[in-house]
Design a protein around this ligand. Sequence first.
Ligand code: ATR
Length: 291
Amino acid sequence: MNDTNGTTRTCGLIGNPVAHSISPVIHNHLAALSGINLVYVTFPVEKSALHDAVKGAYALDILGLNVTVPYKSDVIPELVDIDPLAKQIGAVNTLVRVDGGFKGYNTDMPGLYRAMCSDGVKVEGEKVLVLGAGGAARANAFLLAYHHASEIIIMNRTIQKAQIIADAVKQAFPETAVKAMALNEFDKLSGNDYICIQATSVGLHPNDEDVVIADLAFYKKLKVGYDVICNPVETKFMKLVKEAGGEAHNGLKMLLYQGILAYELWNQCNITEEDASFVFRKMKEAMGIHE
Ligand code: ATR
């Protein structure tokens, strides 16, 4: 870790709660590796203090902030500018200092895309299923359209909610084939080469045995499955993907790369894959994960 001195810059995380966050481990290792004089700390912020926190951070010359629950949408009115993808997604997790305030970005979903690149999984021209119709599913659907998936199917228990996302994606990316489907209609899917992103909190610890679709016949249609969940490191969804012969990934690399993308935005640098791998090991060590 770098020694701090009079020119050390500060980045941090605002949210509530923040004490459990792995982001300080990611960013302080990145700072040491890239030789940038920066520290990253957490700032628990009460809801009524969000406006003052963002204003105060600017006044204190904070270089950049991450934003976590419950403020990823609430922070948007506090910004002087917003990246178009973050605007479409409707959620911001990274604030970058610009003239007069902060500009908002969303690195969560690009983080998943970069994790997929690192795993050798391409999105362009591929058929992708998104399970769920909450915030993560919506963000994923936009990201997949942005990266030219050939077909996006949003599958949800309540089909109306999936249809709202499909309509919004279609409006933003009119050339994309996107549709909604109820979970129990999976037998209508043709082929066995889908990439599937599990974008709900179903299966999160302590409900390790829960899964959105339990039928192995569904998983036989998949070649790759991504779960946005990190805990447990192997979800029931991932077990079923593997049992059906596919490749399965958890949300840990997505977590790593959302941090790396934020760090690159703050410092206008590129983190190498070698440094990313080192930080990934440190992150897993700090989380007590031995994969
Ligand atoms: P967010 O990304 O907004 O945090 P979430 O709360 O993690 O979302 O997940 C919400 C999604 O999980 C919804 O799509 C929900 O389906 P409905 O829209 O039908 O409510 C889905 N979900 C939650 N529990 C589920 C279950 N037991 N089976 C299937 N889907 C479920």
